[in-house]
Structures are given as C-alpha cells and as structure tokens.
Design a protein around this ligand. Structure first.
Ligand code: AMP
Length: 209
C-alpha cells in the first residue's frame, strides 16, 4: 500500500496516520515530523525550515522534495509507505509522481480527510504535542501514549493557525483535484471519534487495494 494522506491542518492526519501505518505495516513518513526532529537535533535542515514553520508557511520545495526523495530511497519500503503532510502543493505532487514512476511504484491511493473549517480552529488551538514521542493529544500535561511532557507547537498558536489554513486553501487544496483527475482520490469524513474515522478509512482503502 503506497498511500498519501491529505487534509487541512487539524483534520487528524497525524493520528490517523499512526493507526493506518500500523494496520498496513508500512512506515509513516511525516514531513512535519522530520522537520521538527531536525530542528530538535539542531541540524542545518532544521534551522533552514524553522523560520517557515514558525510562520505557518511552507518550507521551500527544493528542500522538501530532496528530503522526501532521500527518505524514499531507504530500504524499509517493501510493503509501501504512508506519506503524511507531503505533497503540500501541485509541484510536490508532480515531483513525487515522477520519483515513484522511475521506481515503477506508483501510488495506490490518496486518502483525503475532510472536515469543516469551524472544527479545525477548535481542534488545533487545544492540541498539544508530546516532546518525547511526537504524538498529538488534548491532554494539557502528560502524553497518554508514553507519559512524556507535552507542549504547544509554535504553529498551533491562534495567530499562526489562520495563516496555515490560508496556505492550505491556496497551495495544498489544488492537489485534491490533481489526484481526483489521476483517479486516486478517496474522501472520508474526519468527524467523529478516532476509531470510527480509522474504520471508515480502512474500509474505503480496502475497496481499492
Ligand atoms: P505539519 O506537521 O504537517 O503540520 O507541518 C508543520 C510545518 O512543516 C508546516 O506548516 C510547514 O512549515 C512544514 N512542512 C511540512 N510538510 C511540508 C511540505 N510538504 N512542504 C513544505 N513545508 C512542509
């Protein structure tokens, strides 16, 4: 299963990605997580990404495409992969399609998580992220997954959320039609509890894989 997960910030991509990656036994490749771990480790990639991330802007395509290309060359992708947060614009989608075509491993499907704008702001501004395992939570003190301390991502602060939503509408939403035209798009509602959404996603994906 070679899968891309798309949807606005706050649709629950990170959470669903964890469950879907475990269900299909495929690596979860989240570009935002890769940038954040580089930032934590103080690498030049992390420092380059920081100013864009803090403002809710996209990191330049040249940097992001190269990073994903390198990740897709690793040897743990025998069962496929789940890309979360990439592609974020049509150029990235085209570069991904070309990279995968070279290896004769086209995408199996693109899963869109759809959600109302009102719900997004509420979800994101109350979201915390674990400093240890990186999972999102609504718990304000400790991570329910590993017990680590939690923090509020700079880009989950209200000022930055609205810019991230604009960036999504302007730059990322066009990839939905791109993938619809490719015949790869599957849309499921991201409302409801986490388990319901996962079941919805798995039953939709099982029809195409
Ligand atoms: P996320 O964790 O997916 O919400 O990503 C956090 C931030 O990382 C985004 O707001 C961007 O600044 C950056 N980022 C993540 N994925 C990409 C991408 N595919 N292209 C450009 N920037 C990205």
């Amino acid at each position: 299963m070679r899968l891309v997960l798309v949807g606005p910030p706050g649709a629950g991509k990170g959470t669903q990605a964890q469950f879907l990656a475990a269900h299909y036994s495929i690596p979860h490749i989240a570009t935002g997580d890769i940038f954040r771990s580089n930032l934590k480790a103080g690498t030049s990639l992390g420092l380059e990404a920081k100013s864009f991330m803090d403002r809710g802007e996209l990191v330049p395509d040249s940097v992001t495409n190269e990073m994903v290309k390198t990740r897709l060359l690793q040897d743990d992708l025998g069962n496929g992969f789940l890309l979360d947060g990439f592609p974020r614009n049509v150029l990235q989608a085209e570069v991904l399609r070309a990279n995968l075509a070279e290896k004769l491993t086209p995408l199996t499907a693109v899963l869109e998580l759809s959600i109302d704008n009102d719900e997004i702001i509420t979800r994101l501004s109350s979201r915390r992220t674990c400093k240890e395992c990186g999972l999102p939570t609504v718990n304000k003190e400790k991570c329910p997954n590993c017990g680590g301390d939690v923090y509020q991502r700079e880009d989950d602060k209200v000022e930055v959320i609205s810019r991230r939503l604009e960036v999504y509408q302007e730059q990322t939403a066009p990839i939905i039609s791109f993938y619809r035209n490719e015949g790869l798009l599957i849309t499921v509602s991201a409302s409801g509890n986490v388990e319901e959404i996962t079941m919805r996603a798995i039953s939709a994906l099982n029809r195409v894989s």
